[in-house]
Design a protein around this ligand. Sequence first.
Ligand code: HEM
Length: 306
Amino acid sequence: MSETIHTHEHTSSGKTPYSQWLQTDVLHTLQRPVSDHPGEHAWIVHAQVSELYWMLIIKEIQTAQACLRANDLLQAQRTLLRVVAHHAPLDAIWRSLAWMTPNDLLAMLSRVGPTYGKDTALQGWTYRHMVYLLGIKQAEHLQHFEPQPQRWAQLDKALGEPSLYDDVLAYLARIGMEVPPAVLERDLRAPYTPSGAVEQVWRGIYAGPDTHPELQRLGETLADIAEGFMQWKHRHLMATRRTFGARPAYFGTEGVAWLRPTMEEIPFPELWSARTFIGDPQSSPVAAVCPHLARQAAEGAATRVA
Ligand code: HEM
């Protein structure tokens, strides 16, 4: 009975529980095309859905950081697995813009400038916050938020706080891994400088298939997150090539040339570089069980040393 009254109250105010919970009436007022191009709605939906997922990833990473700080690896791992999952729709959504040619894009952009002024996605604070949390700290991006003081302050704060990777390294140090104090006490606002000692920490974690299984699981989840992030960047770069060619973009230089070097900004650097050594004979039990693999590995190591 009370259920019925509850529902009636909501419908009589012109809303249903569904519309209130999911804010659908507000949500569907937020797409406001400025051109008469029939594809602009798809563009706006694509960007807005991406924005929502980036914010979701921010919140998940912050939760995972809190779990790591509480030494709760299990909950951190569960949360980070959700971040891996959220990258799948971010990747898939590029299909909804696959129809776009330069004619389509320019028809839309030619109306955005006169309506709102010269724009660049670098003014997107959600993406930048996520990137800072992933450990790619570039203070120069703050300049794009000077017209938006609240967002500038938010990003300035995020720049000076630990990234997810900083929290992972601090956790590894707390459980006894030899992460150098200089890495833990570094200037958090500066770009991260990869450390040979941290590379050795990852190498030790992966010394054999069964060494530190829970930390290897964490490492693989971080690798999945980095791959999901880079996959989005690859799709974005290809969409730019496809719809914009080698045109100059926001900075007056070729947009693709600006984007290409960012493809080398891969999160969690030593987790990747350590893989050059993981599995080498001195750290791999494969040598004990399989003599011909041991010989090959030893020859390979000898060649590298030479
Ligand atoms: C398909 C047409 C697109 C083109 C031609 C394009 C072009 C560009 C260019 C040239 C840049 C470099 C900065 C600049 O010069 O503005 C850039 C950056 C960026 N764009 Fe796009 N973009 C497109 C679609 C999108 C969409 C749909 C989104 C969002 C959902 C997006 C999000 C971003 C982000 C987040 C960056 C910063 C990347 C970074 O810092 O590495 N772009 N884009």
